[in-house]
Design a protein around this ligand. Structure first.
Ligand SMILES: CCc1ccsc1-c1ccc(O)c(O)c1
Ligand SMILES: [Mn+2]
Ligand SMILES: [Mn+2]
Length: 259
């Protein structure tokens, strides 16, 4: 679907709000917090402060507001009272809200306290991979250009790209066309046009790309137990390139801006 400027504005509003949720969460991600407590903080902020809907609750039967995925959890980690974060953990918080029918979907990594060099390099490289993918977005570019840019950054660092999950079209529908692979070949795939809105949400593993799903029906982990990281932005294709619809209000400290 190609969205009108008014529809992009509605998507931008939802995107800015979900970015605010992730910025709000930052000071709460400390050693000793449980992932269920973080989920409740997200839920209450979305419902009580932002007066929005936590889109994940009940989505395909998912029980919580956020997916919280520490260390070797690739994605879809279910918040739990029994999961306490500790110093050195790297954790993805992935959360979505709906405002007036329009979806805001974003995720970022948090480092609990500080962590080891490999873990930090994985977190930073995954962010760089997202940046590289986003920078390919403009009318006339293809999704293969986006995927190729992402995998190039990951492979140059000796890491691997999860292939089973990708980004997706989004707007007044949570998951829409196109499917956005985080790998690909330059010039191949869907040609981008002004008005397209989709997420880019690369999952990068320190070891091999293989994943498996735990028997809770949700949690996805690396097969080799290596660390995994993910960052997600919503982007719109504009006439002269891209717009990030989920920009971090807090500038995100030592992570460089995406220009
Ligand atoms: C928990 C929401 C959910 C359920 C099945 S897939 C999924 C999900 C999680 C994070 C996302 O960014 C996304 O696009 C979908
Ligand atoms: Mn998400
Ligand atoms: Mn998504």
């Amino acid at each position: 679907k190609l969205r009108t400027p008014d529809e992009v504005a509605k998507s931008r509003e939802a995107g800015h709000l979900i970015a605010e949720v992730l910025a709000m969460l930052k000071p709460h991600v400390v050693p000793g917090v449980t992932t269920d407590e973080l989920d409740a903080i997200c839920h209450d902020y979305i419902v009580n402060e932002l007066k929005c809907i936590p889109s994940n609750v009940g989505y395909h039967g998912y029980p919580k507001t956020a997916c919280i995925s520490p260390n070797h959890v690739v994605c879809h980690g279910i918040p739990s009272k029994d999961k306490t974060l500790k110093k050195g953990d790297i954790v993805n918080v992935d959360v979505t809200l709906t405002k007036d029918g329009w979806f805001g979907d974003s995720s970022r990594m948090f480092i609990v306290g500080e962590t080891n060099v490999l873990a930090r390099r994985l977190v930073m490289t995954t962010y760089e991979a997202l940046r590289a993918g986003i920078r390919q977005v403009r009318p006339g570019a293809t999704l293969g250009d986006v995927g190729h840019a992402i995998q190039k950054v990951a492979h140059a660092a000796g890491f691997s790209v999860v292939r089973e999950y990708g980004g997706h079209g989004i707007g007044d529908v949570y998951h829409d066309e196109p499917h956005v692979n985080h790998f690909g070949r330059p010039g191949e795939g869907l040609k981008l046009q002004e008005g397209m809105i989709f997420t880019i949400e690369p999952m990068i593993n320190a070891g091999a790309a293989g994943i498996r799903e735990l028997n809770d029906g949700w949690t996805v982990v690396t097969r080799d137990k290596s660390l995994s990281a993910q960052w997600e932005h919503m982007v719109a294709v504009t006439k002269d390139g891209f717009e990030i619809l989920t920009p971090w209000p807090d500038g995100l400290g030592d992570y460089p801006a995406i220009d």
